[in-house]
Design a protein around this ligand. Structure first.
Ligand code: FAD
Length: 327
């Protein structure tokens, strides 16, 4: 296993942020293995997506504008990935650990008879083997699974686990032959959870709430208006998700999502290590907490000490006023 192949996930004409992260990480891994870093992009708009990927440090981008990919379920994507994998040879295949990415990875694993590791947050190279690091059992343990060299191996990689860096792009864009098969058609494409997932993981601002909010209502009445004013998304600590105040899809941390927004506002969150690992790479971290000694103060850029129920509405109002929308 020398080469690294990335599945370039995109939606409605936009490349998912995680695709850029994987393109960057593919280069690092391929350099360590002495191989090539390549990407596969298929579906309507694939050519434009390939251009968006071109500044990233890949050797080749395999592309097909096949519109059938949009109209049908995931099988055509799996077929294209299988074709590209055969072209590239035994390789490590990086797939975003998203709703559709996980689905595609499972099917591809069967087709290629590949080993697979899910929800990977880090890689290590041990000789010719790639070791995938991934938290398991709700984060209680961290596993290190080595993929066999000389065979196909698949890793679904957690969004925001790696940084994207657009530099050194010299990739050749190559046409993948069109797959000719009949597939089952998708008649409805309304994936609510998928939209929410994207919103939180790619939002430039995240406003997250914790146990300090005392119930589900403040997520609607306090946090949503602040997130809306800042053009961001709402997240939560595990305590809030465990209490049933918000769905688990909003949980940030070791056993939830990793987020890297420009601005992270933690409201009524103490800053446990398991929460910290999911948000510590955010640009600026602001905490609103009534306890001036809360651990989150140790890794925040700004700790606002006071009652969230007084501070958050005032802050929202100030932002709206600055935008000319004050009530
Ligand atoms: C294996 C494992 C995995 C875990 N994974 C995760 C994970 O992925 N994500 C995660 O978040 N946690 C995770 N946890 C749980 C974590 O250890 C903490 O229990 C959790 O993060 C605490 O959530 P919290 O900060 O909302 O609640 P608390 O620790 O109870 O903190 C509440 C905070 O709110 C403040 N507060 C109270 N009232 C107000 C008010 N009116 N205004 C302002 N501030 C107020 C308090 O001062 C306090 O600091 C995990 C734990 C384990 C063991």
């Amino acid at each position: 296993m020398k080469n690294v192949l990335v599945y370039a996930e995109h939606r409605q004409g936009a490349t998912r942020k995680v695709t850029f992260e994987l393109a960057t990480q593919a280069r690092t891994l391929a350099d360590s293995l002495g191989g090539k870093a390549c990407a596969v992009v298929v579906g309507s708009g694939a050519g434009a997506i390939a251009q968006q990927l071109a500044p990233y440090p890949l050797d080749a981008i395999y592309c097909n504008e096949d519109s059938q990919v949009d109209a049908f379920l995931l099988d055509p994507v799996v077929d294209y990935l299988e074709a590209a994998a055969s072209l590239v040879g035994a390789s490590l295949i990086l797939i975003p650990n998203t709703l559709s990415g996980r689905d595609i990875a499972g099917r591809l694993m069967v087709k290629l008879r590949a080993g697979i590791v899910a929800d990977v947050v880090d890689f290590e190279i041990a000789g010719e083997s790639v070791v995938c690091v991934s938290p398991k059992l709700g984060g209680a343990i961290t596993t290190r699974c080595a993929l066999r060299p000389g065979e196909f191996g698949i890793a679904t990689v957690r969004p925001n686990a790696f940084q994207a860096a657009a530099s050194g792009g010299t990739a050749k864009i190559e046409q993948l032959p069109t797959a000719r098969r009949s597939y089952a058609a998708a008649i409805d494409n309304d994936v609510e959870e998928g939209t929410g997932e994207l919103a939180l993981e790619e939002a430039p601002v995240v406003v997250a709430g914790g146990r300090g909010l005392g119930g589900p209502e403040p997520f609607e009445t306090l946090l949503k208006p602040l997130a809306r004013a800042l053009g961001g998304a709402v997240g939560a600590s595990r305590a809030a998700a465990d209490a049933g105040w918000v769905p688990y899809s909003l949980q940030i941390g070791q056993t939830g999502k990793t987020v890297t927004p420009n601005l992270y506002i933690a409201v009524g969150i103490s800053g446990a290590i398991q929460h910290k690992v999911g948000m510590r790479s955010s640009g600026a971290i602001v905490a609103i907490n009534k306890d001036g000694a809360a651990p989150i103060g140790e890794f925040s850029d700004l700790l606002v000490v006071g009652d969230a129920f007084r501070i958050v509405p005032e802050l929202t109002n100030l932002i709206e006023k600055a935008k000319g929308n004050a009530t």
